[in-house]
Design a protein around this ligand. Sequence first.
Ligand code: RRO
Length: 310
Amino acid sequence: MTDPRVTLAGVEFAGPAFTASGCAAAGRELAGFFDLTQIGGVVTKSIMVRPRSGRPTPRMVETPSGMLNSIGLQGPGIESFLANDLPWLAEHGVAAFVSIAGETVEDYAKLARILRNEPAVKAIEVNISCPNVESRGQVFACDVMSASSVVHQVRRNTNSSVPVFAKLSPDVTSIAEIALACHNAGADGLSVINTTLGMAIDPDTLRPVLGGVTGGLSGPAIWPMAVRCVWQVHQVLPDLPILGMGGIATGADALQFIAAGASAVSVGTMTFHDPCAPLRVQQELLGLLDAHGFAKVADAVGIAHRGGLS
Ligand code: RRO
């Protein structure tokens, strides 16, 4: 059997599939469906310095093969996260991949400083690509200088043993350019991709459906774009671990991400339909890797760049 363990930037995880940020809160709700210690870990909903109520409702719309969300970074804030969520993950032996988000570079630095003293944090995902913010200027991942500043500040305020992954947006001209900038600023890995900006208009009222007007598109509709982004990032940074995500519903989908250059995957939107999706996708992926004769996941990473199976 293919060894399920993966090592991302020096840290070992139990499996190659993770939850995706924003689709499973901090893991608790999924624990009734499957054993969270069996997957790579839980990537938490992005946590901010202060509690936040998010954008006006409605916040979700179903779309062909996907959905739009306009949550707007709703969350309890870092104090509550440290009092309730992180201890729960630690007590249950679940690997905590903590996602952080801020309105300013200093917010990110502050969150990193606070998390520095928390041994339960196995890795940090720096969410610089939330589409549901007040201004596009706050989507740090759309600008080389902004992305670099955030990553630099988080990296310098985080323990060297804890990898820092930057989460990228597909809504840029060159994702490779942003990836290189994040790498140069100290990112140990990249999460590829966040949702892409979309919008729906009600055909009866002819008004935007979402309270926040625009929202992030996710689900199977976006996997071809996500695979392309993983491919382009791996092409310029073949040694940097990528956590690949975007519309993964099956092990075969996940395998495409691995072949394009991802070292592990996150399963998000599919969890709303099938709460066991992260574990099911992992089992299906490992079955496919085994059928192809791969002893470990790493042997298949980026194989599409090397001519595929011989
Ligand atoms: O909370 C959100 O609205 C949200 C976030 Br933080 C994100 O990173 N991506 C997304 O589609 N929605």
